[in-house]
Design a protein around this ligand. Structure first.
Ligand code: 9MR
Length: 447
């Protein structure tokens, strides 16, 4: 029997594609983020896409985070695309994944002006009808996941920048009472879930966050079930509000929890080591502010990898906003999170160089392979790439590197002219080798 990977190599050969196997995060923090966060009594979460929760994406989501937020799966438009006809597939999948990995789930979101089904937004409703639609929606969704959701973003983005209420289907149809009503209905459906109001541009002390503050104060005084505020924190490089911690503290002093719910820090592309270092500092400031306030429950990033981020699609020319790059290599921001949570990292938190192994062609007795060494936020002046050929493969020839093999152990060092790998650059070397039986791709270690 050929292994799956051998089978795919042959398929790649037929299609002429190269298979890429990125070296795993050789420079990951010593302790997973979720363990560091747990030791501080904090949540470290990520938004996820259900269909991606396999392979490396699933491995990182499960290993590094102790909370998941469905990025889109629980929104009204997703769960009830046709009135009375429900699709819980992705939401169920994410909840099951979280349970299997001993993670919390943050429910997102019940009452919003975006991503509603068209039957709802295109309908003509009396306020009584609208109210009952909303009550049923909340009862159905919160009820379905009763006991499985730690916190719900019940109301999302209710305010304008100047602190007035946003004109939405809900505000226009039901007045400001839609907020206490939604909270009350959610509480009835799952009394144990923490109920939040979530918004963006409310991270610092400003008109919008003050409106949120005044609302929470009013709701508390009226006995409405409100447990927390979500500060989304879709931030721009170098622009963490200086009043973030003070703002978190003032909400805590009102008697509610605070969560940073959608953290990302976008930059003009391309990224470089200076921007990545600034981004790391920004992530660290946000984590530090949360760690400093007991009632800050934790921080969720809005996607953990640059390959699963809303930023490039919404802000053309901007991106690289998350803690892992598109190939799942941890960025300086990752190490910054680890350090803010009390972790130590084995390499300087300035970036990483990774090795990518690929088979570019293969025939019955031999194959040609190549290894690309790339750096992001770091650089090399010389390198050594090592791996184990565990299935009897034997190097016969190499170029752009000096390779030797002793038993199963292969070591390749740079040639005189390609030892230097600049930040943002890469070098490639190649080899021919023999194989028989199977030809699994090894993991390459850089030393
Ligand atoms: O990440 C979400 C993206 O996939 C959707 O296309 C987008 C649609 O509005 O919503 C994104 O998530 C938003 C979140 O639900 C609420 N705060 C802002 C987020 C980024 O737009």
């Amino acid at each position: 029997m050929r292994s799956l990977r051998t089978g795919s190599s042959l398929a790649a050969l037929v299609t002429g594609a190269a298979l890429l196997f990125t070296a795993p995060a050789a420079h990951a923090a010593d302790t997973p983020l979720r363990d560091l966060a747990a030791a501080k009594g904090k949540v470290i979460g990520t938004a996820v896409t259900g269909s991606k929760l396999t392979g490396t994406y699933g491995d990182i989501a499960g290993a590094q985070f102790n909370s998941l937020t469905p990025g889109n799966a629980m929104k009204w438009g997703t769960v009830e695309p046709t009135q009375g006809s429900f699709n819980w597939t992705e939401a169920d999948q994410i909840v099951a994944f979280a349970q299997a990995h001993n993670q919390q789930v943050r429910g997102h979101t019940l009452v919003w002006h975006n991503q509603n089904p068209s039957w709802l937004t295109n309908g003509t409703w009396t306020s009584a009808q609208l109210s009952s639609l909303l009550q049923n929606h909340i009862g159905t969704e919160v009820g379905r996941y009763k006991g499985k959701i730690t916190a719900w973003d019940v109301v999302n983005e209710p305010f304008n920048e100047d602190g007035t209420y946003r004109s939405t289907l809900w505000y226009n149809g039901l007045g400001a009472d839609y907020i206490p009503n939604a909270l009350t209905w959610a509480h009835a459906a799952d009394p144990a879930a923490k109920l939040y109001i979530n918004d963006y541009n409310v991270e610092g002390v400003n008109a919008k966050s003050t409106a949120l503050y005044n609302l929470v104060k009013d709701l508390k005084s009226r006995g409405v079930p409100i447990d927390g505020v979500g500060l989304q924190a879709h931030l721009i490089l170098g622009q963490v509000p200086s009043s973030l911690q003070q703002n978190i503290q003032r909400f805590a002093d009102l008697g509610v929890d605070v969560s940073v719910t959608e953290l990302d820090v976008r930059m003009a592309l391309p990224s470089d080591s200076t921007k990545l270092a600034q981004q790391a500092a920004d992530y660290k400031s946000v984590l530090n502010a949360c760690v400093a306030v007991t009632r800050c429950a934790g921080v969720t990033v809005w996607g953990f990898t640059d390959s699963d981020s809303w930023v490039p699609g919404t802000f053309p020319g901007y991106g690289a906003a998350t803690p892992y790059d598109e190939n799942y290599a941890p960025k300086p921001a990752y190490y910054a999170i680890a350090e803010a949570l009390g972790g130590t990292t084995t390499t300087p938190p300035t970036g990483a160089c990774t090795a990518t192994y690929s088979v570019t062609s293969q025939w019955n007795t031999g194959f040609t392979g190549q290894v690309t060494i790339g750096c992001s936020g770091a650089s090399l002046s010389s390198w050594k790439a090592s791996w184990t050929f565990g299935a009897g493969q034997q190097i016969t020839q190499a170029w752009n590197a000096t390779c030797s093999q002793s038993g199963t152990a292969v070591t390749c060092t740079n040639a005189s002219y390609n030892g230097s790998v600049p930040d943002g650059g890469s070098v490639t070397f190649g080899f021919n080798a023999s194989w028989s039986g199977s030809n699994p791709a090894p993991t390459v270690t850089l030393g």
